[in-house]
Write a protein that binds this ligand. Structure first.
Ligand code: UDP
Ligand code: MG
Length: 335
């Protein structure tokens, strides 16, 4: 087995922690999946842009189960320059998982994520960094002049960005842009699931972050093809629901389940009462009345939802208490 990259520890939960305590200024995290043709140029462009900065940096490639020889290309780079590190996944786990692994392994005070396909431009890195140094916690790239297909990619994206901005109160034009810069505290305080990497600014808003958005260069894909199509829109919608729920109700799930449940149950109860009165005092039959079935349904759904809310309350407590996860994030303590 080739195991050239020393991961300092892989704990039993399978997260990678780069335990060597020395901190550096900047980590660049790049998920990469079957992008063989792009690797050499990416390296050249990164090198050019990073050397100019004159700071300590590392570049972490997360090879997300590539089968086209990307890994060998990456190894060549690592041999030339050990600031370029590789995490190799056993199979394709997806871009979010790749970014998450990169975050866990990174040592930088600032962390910048970037696509490997040369659609993002490494020349934007210094600009992002400057903005971060102005005191922002997250700087998000905005592909103002986006070079992707209009109908399947750009149009759904405009709508999704509007909705997610409205729902979360973090107004961005382009959640989907991978080119983003983060302060270390932000990255260390959130966990990524599903397709969530694009929503980090929204997810992180619960801990009170200052977010800036700056226009970045976007190129059309020169090599290989996009790993996503229109089908992602559906996943994006489901993620939006999850994020809204997590942001607004994850600490008090009964408030949402209970509310809907109470409403449904109460309406069901009122209808039933009405039907009983009609039956007893006005001698109307119940058997052929759809309203009767509806009322029973509503009462059942009400009970179900309230019970679900209570279960969610228990789950939430277990989540926080078992892992000793606080329900707050501290900025400073003066004592
Ligand atoms: N990617 C990945 N794992 C995946 C899909 C994509 O690591 O399962 C990487 C891919 O190599 C690229 C980045 O994520 O560096 C963005 O992917 P892509 O360019 O296909 O997305 P698009 O730019 O079309 O949104
Ligand atoms: Mg791309």
């Amino acid at each position: 087995m080739t195991n050239r990259i020393k991961t300092n520890s892989i704990d039993n939960t399978n997260t990678i922690n780069n335990n060597s305590k020395e901190k550096i200024d900047l980590s660049i995290v790049i998920p990469i999946y079957n992008e063989r043709e792009s690797v050499d140029r990416l390296y050249k462009e990164l090198d050019k842009s990073l050397l100019k900065l004159g700071i300590d940096y590392e570049v972490i490639f997360i090879d997300d189960g590539s089968v086209d020889g990307t890994y060998n290309k990456l190894l060549e780079i690592h041999k030339k320059n050990s600031s370029y590190k590789i995490i190799r996944f056993r199979r394709n786990f997806g871009q979010t998982a790749a970014i998450s692994a990169g975050f866990n392994y990174s040592k930088g005070d600032a962390i910048i994520t970037l696509d490997a396909d040369l659609q993002n431009d490494p020349q934007d890195i210094p600009v992002m960094l400057n903005k971060l140094n102005e005191g922002y916690d997250i700087v998000s790239g905005w592909r103002k002049n986006r070079k992707d297909k209009a109908i399947t990619r750009r149009f759904p994206s405009v709508i999704a960005n509007k909705i997610i901005s409205k729902l979360t109160g973090v107004y961005l034009h382009d959640y989907g842009c991978t080119l983003k810069a983060y302060k270390r505290e932000v990255v260390k305080n959130i966990e990524l699931y599903g397709e969530m990497h694009r929503y980090i600014p929204a997810v992180a808003s619960w801990m009170g972050v200052k977010v800036a958005e700056i226009p970045v260069t976007h190129h059309s894909r020169k090599f290989g093809k996009s790993k996503y199509g229109i089908s992602r829109t559906i996943r994006v919608i489901l993620d939006i629901i999850t994020i809204k729920f997590l942001l607004s109700y994850s600490q008090r799930p009964i408030q949402i389940f209970g509310l809907v449940g109470l409403f449904s149950g109460t309406v069901g109860f009122i209808i039933t009462a009405y039907l009983i009165i009609m039956r007893i005092f006005f001698n109307q039959g119940l058997a052929d009345r759809p309203l009767f079935i509806l009322s029973i349904f509503m009462i059942f759904i009400g009970i179900q939802l309230i019970t679900m809310g209570l279960l969610a309350e228990i789950t939430m407590r277990i989540y926080h208490e078992a892992q000793e996860k606080p329900t707050y994030v501290i900025k400073d303590i003066i004592s």
